[in-house]
Design a binder for this molecule. Structure first.
Ligand SMILES: Nc1ncnc2c1ncn2[C@@H]1O[C@H](COP(=O)(O)OP(=O)(O)OP(=O)(O)O)[C@@H](O)[C@H]1O
Ligand SMILES: [Mg+2]
Length: 494
């Protein structure tokens, strides 16, 4: 057994993140760890990879007890982590990110040419085709995710830990990652895999462990003897997912009209309309242009062409978009979404705050906290309004981004992977909220790498390729298969 952990516990102040958890990981297996947001998954993998020290418990590797003082310690023992919150160095180049300074193994420093030669096959296998000299911070989120995976693979770990590695990836990239993992496993590497995509988990993993409220709810069960329902039941315990009836919606009048919209280098001559109360999906492979639409409508890109949003022209800045009541929920919460060093309530009230003016905001602090709590409860954010946002688990942070916009009562909703890293019950709740916003007559544009999400929510989906709008699928024709075909049509098999 390369990794065996016994009785791991971790507390943060009054919060029990992990309580008396046993866990084992064998060579040549993919062992998945699943659970709701805040269940303790990231805490477990951080302990196993030396990032966080447990309050109690013991870890052994190949039968030898170890205590990791740092992530470097763990790396020298062959344990590599791809963390949930991306940690690429934005100002360093791709190659510098792949070979960070202070090499783990002693030996002569690698020459740039040697580094490039080592990196090439790994990046190729992951399908990451970017210039090695490009600044990592300029890459799209999905490429940054692949870059981190590449960095871990280059360490040739005996134990590879992946915490939500596919949350920003397109299906094609996910498939590629799966074959990389299968190959590693066949060579005897032990893989610990954390994900909210439960179907994906059951496909790739040999065993699955479920955490609930920091405890083991299902311990290392073979995936051949458990199904999706069994896993979900273990995750939720006595709780159940509320399946709300789909809200009846009536669309009326054009709320968003776009004609001949272009963004240099990203989008060419795109025209469409969105009615009030309509949920329109945006789909495409990476750089297909669908995200440029959201950027243009939320003041983050300067488009040419004709845009009317509720009768007004396109906002010229993110600030102007906020003032116009245009909500933009980003997938990259670290970059656009949140102040991690501020309490939750300050984040959830950040937008509404702009509306009431600086002079009086403190008078209404209690009200702002109450609003934060209200939406926090609705989305079941695990944490208090006064907690620092950075201490919340990844999925709970994403819920805060959503809550912030709900509190601001926007009139136009633009969403980019709003449920990234969010667990299945919160996902269902967010979907209900989105449907309610539409039912209240708001136009919604939804981009998602999660094709099931597009199928569940959208009245129709616009499909983009190479900066152009190439097709439109009405609700009756929506399926993951149909979407995938439309997104890839004309690209041929690779
Ligand atoms: N540095 C910290 N300070 C305070 N509390 C923390 C800290 N890190 C984690 N926690 C708390 O520990 C609990 C478990 O968090 P963890 O990140 O392990 O959850 P998770 O299962 O990975 O959730 P997610 O699916 O959202 O990523 C949460 O309640 C979280 O708020
Ligand atoms: Mg986590």
């Amino acid at each position: 057994m390369p990794v065996e952990a016994v009785g791991l516990s971790k507390h943060y102040g009054g919060v029990t993140a992990l309580s008396d958890v046993d866990f084992e990981l064998a060579p040549g297996e993919v062992h998945a760890v699943v659970g709701e947001n805040g269940a303790g998954k990231s805490t477990l993998v951080k302990i196993l990879s030396g990032v966080v020290r447990p309050d109690s418990g013991a870890i052994s590797i190949d039968g030898t007890p170890v205590t990791f003082g740092s992530a470097r310690d763990a790396l020298t023992r062959g344990v590599a982590l791809v963390a949930q919150e991306l940690a690429v160095f934005p100002d360093l180049s791709v190659i510098e990110n792949l070979f960070p300074l202070a090499p783990i193994r002693r030996g002569p420093l690698l020459s740039p040419r040697r580094m490039a030669a080592l990196a090439a096959p790994v990046l190729d296998e992951l399908g990451l085709h970017v210039p090695l000299g490009a600044r990592a911070g300029t890459l799209p989120l999905a490429d940054q995710q692949l870059l981190e995976i590449g960095r871990a693979l280059l360490r040739r770990p005996a134990v590879l830990i992946l915490d939500e590695p596919t949350s920003a990836l397109q299906r094609e990239a996910v498939d590629r990652l799966m074959s990389v993992l299968r190959r590693l496993v066949s060579r005897g590497v032990a893989v610990l895999y954390v994900s909210h995509f439960l179907e994906e988990v059951l496909r790739i993993a040999t065993r699955v462990t479920v955490l609930r409220d920091g405890r083991v709810a299902m311990a290392g069960v073979s995936t051949s003897t458990v199904d999706l329902d069994g896993v979900v039941t273990a995750m939720l315990g006595s709780r159940t997912i509320e399946r709300r009836p789909v809200t009846q919606r009536h669309t009326a009048g054009t709320a968003i009209a776009v004609k001949g919209l272009s963004v240099p280098g990203q989008l060419t001559d795109v025209s469409f309309t969105v009615a009030a109360g309509e949920i329109v999906g945006l789909a495409g492979l990476q750089d297909a242009g669908h995200l440029a639409v959201l950027a243009a409508l939320s003041g983050r890109a300067t488009p040419t062409g004709h845009v009317r949003i509720n009768g007004a022209s396109a906002p010229r800045s993110p600030r102007a978009a906020v003032r116009a009541g245009i909500a933009f929920v980003p997938s990259d919460r670290k970059r656009y979404g949140l102040m991690l060093d501020k309490p939750v309530w300050q984040n959830t009230s950040a937008v509404s705050w702009l509306g009431i003016g600086r002079a009086t905001w403190w008078l209404r602090q209690q009200q702002l906290i109450d609003t934060a709590w209200q939406y926090g409860t609705r989305l079941s954010i695990r944490g208090a309004p006064t907690d620092l946002t950075g201490t919340l688990s990844g999925g709970n942070q994403q819920k805060v981004v959503m809550a912030k916009w709900l509190a601001a009562e926007p009139t136009v909703i633009l969403l980019d992977d709003p449920t990234r890293g969010v667990d299945i019950s919160a996902r269902a709740e967010m979907h209900a909220v989105i449907a309610e916003l539409a039912a209240a007559g708001k136009p919604v544009l939804l981009a998602s790498t999660d094709l099931a999400e597009l199928c569940e929510l959208c009245d129709r989906v616009l499909v983009f390729q190479r900066g152009r709008l190439v097709s439109e699928l009405p609700h009756t024709e929506l399926s993951e298969q149909a979407l995938s075909v439309a997104m890839n049509a004309g690209f041929g098999q690779r």
